[in-house]
Design a protein around this ligand. Structure first.
Ligand SMILES: C[S@@+](CC[C@H](N)C(=O)[O-])C[C@H]1O[C@@H](n2cnc3c(N)ncnc32)[C@H](O)[C@@H]1O
Length: 222
């Protein structure tokens, strides 16, 4: 299966390290302000939370610290990501981590039983996003949340500048930027809205915390 990594010529280990080193920036104060205002109020006292394509598991660690009664599940197709999550220290509840390809297998959860599904920088990689969104919709409980945080289309010059200035890539790595441009710049915010609506997900709130990404806070449509 073509993964994010193989498409961009980035190894699993390089992607893992990048996810770890950028985590604090990506999930900083503005993210948690959005979460407190638009997600937390709809969570029950003992929420079930999934991070789909959880990478190194750091978002689940942070969620566990903020919501100690939560039951947390992390799924990812890359063994190195799951191994990293499993060896993390947790002050909150320890998540269940499992190797899982969301494009080939249903989620191991009954319909209508999950209070939060988060998917960050994953959906753009998948060839067919609609069946995966439909599977997410299946497991979501009434009044629950799907939090989609993903890349949006940017001009090439801006994207290459971001890779130089934010990711610290040098001249020698420009080729990677060109290879990843069509992967990261596939969907506009309108495209994401259309996909979510097609999948029966209603958007409660939408925000752009970074030039490269848009966040959609969704719930099952009535
Ligand atoms: C860019 S990383 C983001 C990781 C994490 N969500 C974060 O924001 O730190 C994308 C992740 O999606 C995972 N992934 C890609 N295709 C997947 C699939 N079909 N099923 C499950 N996970 C997948 C990759 O292994 C990788 O860990």
């Amino acid at each position: 299966m073509p993964t994010h990594q193989s498409l961009g010529g980035t190894s699993d280990e390089q992607l893992l390290q990048r996810m770890v080193t950028t985590h604090a920036d990506r999930y900083g104060a503005t993210f948690w302000e959005l979460f407190a205002k638009h997600v937390a109020p709809s969570l029950p006292p003992r929420p079930v939370m999934i991070d789909l394509g959880c990478g190194p598991g750091l978002l689940l660690r942070d969620l566990g610290e903020r919501f100690p009664p939560a039951t947390l599940h992390g799924y990812d197709v890359t063994p190195a990501m799951i191994a990293y999550g499993q060896q993390l220290a947790f002050r909150g509840p320890k998540p269940t981590f499992a190797l899982h390809d969301v494009t080939t297998r249903p989620l191991p959860h009954d319909a209508g039983t999950v209070n939060l599904v988060s998917m960050s920088s994953v959906l753009h990689v998948l060839d067919e996003p609609l069946p995966v969104l439909s599977e997410i919709r299946r497991v979501l409980a009434p009044k629950s949340t799907f939090l989609l945080n993903d890349w949006i289309r940017q001009p090439l010059s801006k994207y290459l500048a971001y890779r130089r200035e934010v990711l610290g890539e040098g001249e020698a790595e420009t080729g990677r930027g060109f290879r990843l441009f069509p992967v990261h710049n596939k969907f506009t915010p309108d495209d994401w809205r259309w996909l979510l609506t097609q999948a029966g997900l209603a958007i409660r709130h939408q925000a752009q915390l970074r030039d490269s990404h848009q966040i959609f806070v969704c719930q099952p449509a009535a």
